[in-house]
Design a protein around this ligand. Structure first.
Ligand SMILES: NC(=O)c1ccc[n+]([C@@H]2O[C@H](COP(=O)([O-])OP(=O)(O)OC[C@H]3O[C@@H](n4cnc5c(N)ncnc54)[C@H](O)[C@@H]3O)[C@@H](O)[C@H]2O)c1
Length: 257
């Protein structure tokens, strides 16, 4: 059984993610661009991955025996509970990564109530439900939770109002959970800048957007799937054993200026 959660890291620096080998990992939004990359990344380390998504099973994952796919909607608690019961019949869960999300761009004044409620139910309430359902058993066995927030939860971005509010709330929920669920569970988040994905396909199809965004970032590049996977692995493994309640900015310095 993997030992995850509150453990000091080993002094063998050659393979910092050693304790993720054999770990059981749930990735919500596991069929999305970043979720898929996370599933493949954890599976490549030898973890057993449970890929949850409201969308249909992804054929590319079907052949990977390390990735189990389940259809589950983070708006519907029972669909998460069904998967949790299945996992409970195994060694139990070590890592939860909340990588689901939906973006409908709107400013504050123009955001109608349906849009606000839909986005809140997925981007905020979905993280709350997933953490309660999958995190609860970790409180006695230990574990690590990583929530995917956004730089939009830290800086104000023109058309990202509802999403930004929800991502800010996810960061604060991360802090609260880190305190309430210590000492056995570590809870952290990441706050990435723009990354080419299903969510941003329309933006990245526009060369003007890519150019303006890239120039606005001090490191002069947007993010990649690999940036995300490495950061999540670090926060999930005991390489980050003393880190909890933290939101790791992954924005190339954008929020500093
Ligand atoms: N791409 C970016 O620029 C960017 C930047 C910062 C943060 N993020 C965050 O990264 C995470 C991954 O997003 P992505 O960029 O891979 O986008 P994506 O659209 O490719 O993936 C999102 C996935 O979430 C799933 N999903 C949506 N609603 C769901 C629900 N109710 N239940 C279960 N699954 C649901 C979708 O089916 C999809 O597979 C999200 O939390 C997103 O907010 C993305």
């Amino acid at each position: 059984m993997a030992k995850l959660g509150n453990f000091p890291p080993s002094g063998d620096y050659s393979f910092p993610y050693r304790d993720l080998v054999g770990a059981q990992v749930v990735v919500t939004g596991g069929r999305g661009t970043l979720g898929s990359a996370l599933c493949r990344g954890f599976a490549s380390l030898g973890a057993q991955v449970w890929s949850l998504d409201m969308s249909a099973v992804k054929p590319a994952h079907q052949t990977n025996p390390k990735i189990q796919q389940r259809v589950a909607d983070v708006r519907v608690r029972d669909t998460l509970v069904d998967v949790q019961k299945e996992i409970a019949r195994t060694d139990g869960l070590d890592v939860l990564v909340n990588a689901h999300g939906l973006q409908i761009r709107s400013d504050f004044a123009g955001c109608d109530e349906d849009t606000w409620m839909t986005l809140t139910d997925i981007n905020l309430n979905g993280v709350y439900r997933s953490c309660q359902v999958f995190g609860e058993p970790m409180r006695t066995r230990g574990g690590a939770i990583v929530n995917i927030g956004s730089v939009n939860g830290v800086v104000v971005s023109g058309k990202g109002t509802p999403y930004g509010v929800q991502k800010a709330a996810v960061s604060h929920m991360t802090k609260i959970m880190a305190v309430e669920w210590a000492p056995l569970v570590r809870v952290n988040a990441i706050a990435p800048t723009a990354i080419p994905s299903g969510m941003t396909r329309d933006l990245f199809a526009n060369p003007d957007y890519v150019n303006t965004k890239t120039q606005s970032i001090p490191l002069k590049r947007t993010g990649t799937e690999e940036d995300i996977v490495h950061a999540v692995m670090f926060l999930a493994s005991s390489a980050s054993g003393l880190v909890t309640g933290h939101t790791l900015m992954m924005d190339g310095g954008l929020s500093l200026i």
